[in-house]
Design a protein around this ligand. Structure first.
Ligand SMILES: [Ca+2]
Ligand SMILES: [Ca+2]
Ligand SMILES: [Zn+2]
Length: 405
């Protein structure tokens, strides 16, 4: 079902297995699955319905400064994204349409018939289908005087002028799926903070956030079974992270959890003794599948166990418990669920959590209950470790408030 978000629910990484992702960045999420809303791999086409003739202070037009924010080799989002790329088309200035499956950027005095909050510079809409973003329009507020420049905000000749490019970098971060760190309990230097500032370019936290959704450029090192990354326990547990963006499925590779998948990555672990191992993908940012195998080549594996969703369609991470034998190497394949919607397997940052309880010298055949994954928050049926909070109506970048007396 195609849905327009009535408001944003956002999550922050909180404790336990999520620590590896606990930076400032936060995501726009699906209310049911609590997973980030992101674009399927491929191009994100943007229609720039803005002026392309008047030259601004930095030599750009409105259209080309927006293109620099989207695609610029040094300043734009594209060079940082692994499996998605913005494309853009410049057309005559005009007004977009809400819900037409076209990503439109334009200036308006009344965004889709609503009244601007006086401090709001721009907004970005969010339509989604499942965990997939399907439309994002960005609208700039014509109540402000717009230019394009670098450096300090409103300084010198730029007094009273807003910088289109830094606001665009922020809004296109919303397009990608990022929300406001500062309004979600995070203190970090980021273009994604809710107020404009002298920050005029993407910061490390912004890039880390986007790459957790779209991966860094390139193919993950543990794409192939033969290149599985070894896991070493620290005490009785280990948490490892990676990406399955731009990963592939090999010839002869099994379907993990019975799903065709298509973007698998691999880890391996040799049991230090005989006991019970519990493995989950909790903290991964997409709908995972997980398989545990033994064997020496991808085409002749023995399946030990597998998992798709902890709660189908709701809690979409995977969890298995299996009996491990001392000295045996187990292979863990993590793939994305392939919903056969033409986008292939889901993909983003992977978190894999392993815990192990040795049965020791007094081993019996009794089953040791799986240990619960760490993490705070969580009440009311929400998956442990995810923290939810509510925000206002639309993603926006607000103007600095007037100086207090
Ligand atoms: Ca539209
Ligand atoms: Ca693979
Ligand atoms: Zn914003």
């Amino acid at each position: 079902m195609r849905t327009k978000r009535p408001h944003f629910l956002v999550l922050v990484a909180a404790g336990g297995a999520l620590l590896a992702l606990a930076s400032g960045f936060v995501f726009i999420t699906n209310d049911t699955t609590h997973l980030p809303l992101k674009w399927a791999p491929g191009n994100i086409a943007m229609k720039l319905m803005v002026d392309n003739s008047i030259v601004l202070s930095d030599g750009n037009t409105r259209a080309t400064t927006l293109q620099a924010a989207l695609q610029g080799a040094t300043r734009g989002w594209n060079p940082n994204l692994g499996d998605a790329q913005f494309t853009s088309t410049i057309v005559a200035p005009g007004n977009g349409s809400d819900g037409n499956s076209i990503n439109e950027v334009f200036f308006s005095a009344s965004p889709y018939g609503t009244t601007w909050d006086s401090n709001t510079l721009a907004i970005t809409t969010a339509w989604y289908n499942g965990n997939d973003r399907v439309e994002a329009d960005t609208i700039f507020n014509t109540a402000f005087t717009w230019d394009s420049y670098r450096g300090p905000l409103h300084a010198g000749a730029m007094a009273g002028k807003e910088d289109i490019q830094r606001v665009a970098l922020h809004e296109f971060g919303h397009t990608l799926g990022l929300d406001h760190p500062d309004e979600n309990g995070q203190t970090v230097t980021a273009i994604m903070n809710s107020h404009e500032s002298s920050i005029d370019s993407l910061q490390a936290d912004d890039i880390n956030g986007a790459q957790s959704l779209y991966g860094p450029p390139g193919v993950p090192a543990n794409d192939n079974f033969a290149s599985a990354t070894a896991i070493t326990l620290s005490g009785t547990s280990a948490t490892v992270t990676g990406y399955n963006t731009n990963a592939t499925k090999e010839a002869g590779e099994p379907n993990h959890a019975g799903n065709s998948g298509g973007r698998s990555v691999w880890w391996k672990w040799t049991a230090p003794s005989t006991g019970t191992a519990t493995l989950t993908t909790q903290g991964s940012l997409f709908d995972t599948t997980l398989g545990v195998y033994t064997g020496s080549s991808v085409g002749s594996l023995t399946t030990i166990t597998f998992s798709d969703d902890v709660q189908p369609g709701v809690v979409q991470y995977s969890s298995v418990t299996f009996s491990a034998t001392s000295g045996v190497t187990y292979y863990f394949g993590v793939d994305g669920f392939n919903a056969s919607d033409g986008h292939g397997a889901d993909c983003a940052a992977v978190t894999l959590n392993l815990s192990f309880a040795s049965s020791g010298s007094t081993s019996t055949s009794s089953t040791i209950p799986p240990t619960s994954s760490g993490g705070g928050g969580g009440g009311g049926g929400a998956p442990s470790g995810w923290f939810l909070g509510a925000l206002g109506l639309l993603a926006c970048m607000r103007r600095l408030r007037a100086k207090r007396g």
